[in-house]
Design a protein around this ligand. Sequence first.
Ligand code: SAM
Length: 280
Amino acid sequence: MDAGLYVVATPIGNLEDITQRAIAVLRGADVIAAEDTRHSARLLAAHGIEVPLSAYHEHSDEHAAGKLLDRVAQGAAVALISDAGTPLISDPGYRLVRAAQERGLAVVPVPGACAAVAALSASGLPTDRFQFEGFLPPRQVARQNRLRELEGVPATLVFYEAPHRVQECLADLVTVFGREREAVLARELSKTFETIRRAPLFELSEFVSADPDQRRGEIVLLVAGAPARETDVDEASARWLRRLARDMPAKAAAQIAADVTGLRKKALYEFLVAERGGTD
Ligand code: SAM
């Protein structure tokens, strides 16, 4: 196998969710860098892979990264895996990948399972735009502050959440996003108790409060993006507006664009001013 750092996705539950290529790469690697070597030993045993494991986790220092990359530089194939899913997605590996690139070493992705993408694919929420947020802050004040920043994002939001915090997280989502915003609880994906439930936030919150089983296992929460506001200027109108504003004052451009598009003159004018950094 060619020398390089191979970033290999492993299952998020069901042990069969691993690609043939991932198995071949793991089998052919000289060393497998794993977040938790005991945990990963079980996966490797299940697939009959006997390759030495080396610990690489969140707290690994530059020295550990340097040693792994020295091996790549000497011609080795090093595979990076995490406890579940795709490394670097709410998992360690970012600094290792950067360091490998900086040393001119090959970094090869071996794609596969990722809880965020699996949840999105079966959520029933729009997937044309989504924003991955990973874990929210554990404390309520910080969590609500972060949610306030996200309240107007017009894309499906994807969160990872610990089971013991899902109830309070849903309560905060109701507080900040309102009762009616659609959301999805995607729990234990690919496992025996897989649950995918789409409902308005307050219903989802009640569902989780009423049933302790919904507060167990591994959880992805998805929240529909903010609805478009009436004053939002769509891309076609924005093009009109920008073109007109090249040849006339902003107010006149906004008036003509309002006549043509049916949007409010004030909204169009404010859009132009905002685009110009607040100056007319
Ligand atoms: N790297 C992983 C990935 O590609 O999804 C994520 C690792 S992160 C440390 C672990 C979190 O991912 C869990 O707390 C949970 O939020 C989510 N997760 C992982 N496996 C899951 C599953 N089978 N069902 C639902 N969520 C899962």
